[in-house]
Design a protein around this ligand. Sequence first.
Ligand SMILES: Cc1cc2nc3c(=O)[nH]c(=O)nc-3n(C[C@H](O)[C@H](O)[C@H](O)COP(=O)(O)OP(=O)(O)OC[C@H]3O[C@@H](n4cnc5c(N)ncnc54)[C@H](O)[C@@H]3O)c2cc1C
Length: 439
Amino acid sequence: MSEQPRVEIYTKTQCPYCDKAKDLFDSKGIEYETYNVTGDDELFEEMVERADGRKTAPEVFIDDELIGGWDETSALEETGELDEKLGLVTDGGSETEHRKLIIAGTGIAGLTAAIYAGRGDNQPLVIEGDEPGGQLTLTTDVANYPGFPEGISGPELVNNMKEQAKQFGAELKNGIIESVDADQRPFRVELTNGDVYTTDALIAASGASARTLGIPGEDELMGYGLSTCATCDGAFFRDEDMLVVGGGDAAMEEATFLTKFADTVYIAHRREEFRAEQYWIDRVHEKVEDGEIEIMKNTEITEIHGSQEEGVDHVTLVENEQGHPTDRLDDPETNEFEFDVGAVFFAIGHTPNTDYLEGTGVTMDDEGYLRTQGGDGGGQTETDVPGIFGAGDVVDYHYQQAVTAAGMGSKAALDADEYLEDLERAESSAETEAAAADD
Ligand SMILES: Cc1cc2nc3c(=O)[nH]c(=O)nc-3n(C[C@H](O)[C@H](O)[C@H](O)COP(=O)(O)OP(=O)(O)OC[C@H]3O[C@@H](n4cnc5c(N)ncnc54)[C@H](O)[C@@H]3O)c2cc1C
C-alpha cells in the first residue's frame, strides 16, 4: 500500500458511533489518532471549529479534510470513496467469489445466525451493513439479555458475539448489500462498493433503521442539536432542557438516560397511551415524580428552530386532547405553541432494511417487513424464495428485542443448514445420475 493518509477521529466516552468509526478503520488496517473530547472543553471547541460547527461525535478527518460523522463516513464507505481516500483501491477489479452462505447484517440476529452457521460448517460470510453491530450498539445498558445478571453494554455484547462467530469460522466483512438477483442460482449478491458474490443461501438479518419525521429544521439541525441516539449525543447538551419524541420502549429508555444530563427531559407523544413495556413506563413515572421528566401527551412536533452555529433554540408543538394533533390542525381545539429546548431526540420507531431484496420475489408487508413461513416445526424462517431466510427485526415488527432476534437468528441458520444439505444431496444425486448416463 502507498503511504497511508493521516486519519484523525474526535471521539467521546460512551459513544457507539465513535466505536463504529474506529471499528471501520480497524477492519481496513488503517491507523488513526483519536481525541476524546469528553470533559475537555478546549478540545471540544477545537472539534466544533474544525467540523464547521457540528457538535456531535465522532468527527472524522482524512488528511485534514472533514469527512464528518458516522453517517457521512459510512456513506463514503458505501460508495467505495472511503477506500479511494485511504489509498486502498487496487486496479483490476475483483473476481466474483462464491460462498455457501451469506448473512446480511451483524446485529444480534445476524451474529447468532453466524455462530450457528459457523458451527454447522457453512463458513458464512457476514456483511456488516451501514450499522455494524446493529441497533444494540446504541445502548449502554442491556439489562434483559439472559445470562448477564449485572446487565451488559450493547457494544460489549455485540463484540463478544462477533468473537464467538469468528471462532467458529464466520468471516465478517464491511460492506452493504445493494441487490440480490434471485433469478439465477447460485444467487448473485452485489455490494454498493461494486464487490460481487454468488451464494447458495442468504439469511436476511438486516434489521431496521431509526425513523425521522421530515419536518422543517430536521435536515439542517440533524447533528446540531437534533439526534436519533440519546446515548451518543446526550452528554453534549448538559444542563439543557431536552425533548424526546416518541412513546415506545426506545423513547422511554432514552428519556430516562437523558435525565443524567438534562435540566428537564420532556417527552412529546402523539397519543394518550404509551406503547412501551410497563417496566419502562414505571421508570419514567418515577422520574416524573422526581421532577426530572415531564410528559406531554397528545402532542406532536411540527418544526425545529435553530442554526448550525447555535444549535436547537426551540420547537413548535401542537396539542389536541383527542390525540394525533397533526391530523387535526384545522380543529379549533388544536393548540400550537413554541417550546424552548436545547436538544431534540427522535425515538419514533424504525424502517426495515429490505430495499436490497426488492425484485427477488420475497414477500414483504406494506412497511417492508419480510414475511416468513412462521408457525410450528422446521422452516419457520423461510421466505417464499427457497434459499432466502429472514431473521430478527427485519421480520419481527412486534417483539423487536435482542433475545427474540437471537432466537430467530439461530432458527434461520438451522433452516439454512437443512436447505444447504438438501441442495448438496440433490446436486450429488444429479451428478451420480449424469455419470451413470455417461457409462
Ligand atoms: C436505543 C436502543 C436500545 C435498545 N435496548 C434493548 C434492550 O435493552 N434489550 C433488548 O432486548 N433490545 C433492545 N433494543 C432492541 C434491539 O436492539 C433490537 O431488537 C435488535 O438489535 C435487533 O437485532 P437485529 O439483528 O434483528 O437487527 P439490527 O440490530 O437492526 O441489525 C441489523 C444489521 O443489518 C445490517 N444491514 C442493514 N442493511 C443492510 C444491507 N443492505 N446489507 C448488509 N447489512 C445490512 C446493519 O448494518 C446491522 O448490522 C434496543 C434498541 C435500541 C435502538
